[in-house]
Design a protein around this ligand. Structure first.
Ligand code: KIV
Length: 279
């Protein structure tokens, strides 16, 4: 029997009880299975997919079709975790109708439980329309990679009092619009702590300090698979790439030397049948 999926109510309760919420990204079936069985509460099919899996420079090239394709695999691979799908660039910024239609398409075609979108005041109407349609929405403030160009690159956000005040107002406005969870990326811990205490919905931090209600990291960073630039806020918990490289080099070497395959990896037939086959 499959486990019951966690719901938005469980996260609100966890916040009230002071229990930390864990979130990690996954983009495929085996990873989803692994992190779900390990016990994370939420899986994010992040548009970081673009960099860590598809080999793009940034998240801007990721399409809704990419997100749907990968999210379907993640949903099939998980039983208990709440699966959140990132709405890619330009699928929610143009019009509110677009945002609602695209959020609906993602949920309907993947079976995921919620969507995440980046931004503050400018996306409040979209968040409101999507939640009114019954789709759980996660907000994302601070360093929002889809607008990194406008923010001047991948930098800490909110050190400036004016920007910090705006972030607090945006967080409250998103909560009023119906957001059930907020991701805060690359924000000074004091500001993240303040926002966490002001909101009744859980705040999940990435580079936002330990006072948040939970933490999120990119799977490939956690496991030491991604070879690109590693931000200061990443902690690597395994060196999986080294292990994988060792394994693949051993395979190449054994094939070349004739050590693999061994008898136990091989099928055989009797000589008589072989002779008959040659008749
Ligand atoms: O795309 C992503 O992986 C994200 C996380 C870094 C929060 O948005």
């Amino acid at each position: 029997m499959s486990a019951q999926r966690l719901s938005t109510l469980d996260f609100r309760e966890m916040k009230q009880k002071g229990e930390k919420i864990t979130m990690v990204t996954a983009y495929d079936h085996p990873t989803a299975q692994l992190v779900d069985e390990a016990g994370v509460e939420t899986i994010l099919v992040g548009d970081s997919l673009g960099m860590v899996v598809l080999g793009y420079e940034d998240t801007l090239s990721v399409t809704i079709e990419d997100m749907i394709h990968h999210s379907k695999a993640v949903v099939r691979g998980s039983e208990r975790a709440f699966v959140i799908v990132d709405m890619p660039f330009l699928t929610y910024q143009v019009t509110v109708e677009d945002a609602l239609r695209n959020a609906g398409r993602i949920i309907q075609s993947t079976g995921a439980q919620g969507v995440k979108l980046e931004g503050g005041g400018e996306v409040v109407e979209a968040v409101s329309a999507i939640t009114r349609a019954g789709i759980p929405v996660v907000g994302h403030l601070g360093l929002t990679p889809q607008s990194a160009g406008q923010l001047g690159g991948f930098k800490v956000q909110g050190k400036d009092p004016r920007v910090a005040r705006e972030m607090i107002e945006d967080a409250l406005a998103l909560e009023d619009a119906g957001m059930f969870m907020l991701v805060l990326e690359c924000v000074p811990r004091q500001l993240a702590a303040l926002i966490t205490s002001r909101l009744s919905v859980p705040v999940i931090g990435i580079g936002a300090g330990k006072e948040c209600d939970g933490q999120v990291l990119v799977f490939h960073d956690v496991m030491g698979i991604y070879t690109g630039k590693r931000p200061k806020f990443v902690k690597q918990y395994a060196q999986a790439r080294d292990e994988m490289e060792k394994g693949i080099k051993e395979y190449i070497s054994e094939v070349r030397s004739g050590l693999f395959p061994e008898e136990k990896h091989t099928f055989s037939m009797n000589e008589e049948d072989l002779s008959r086959a040659m008749e």
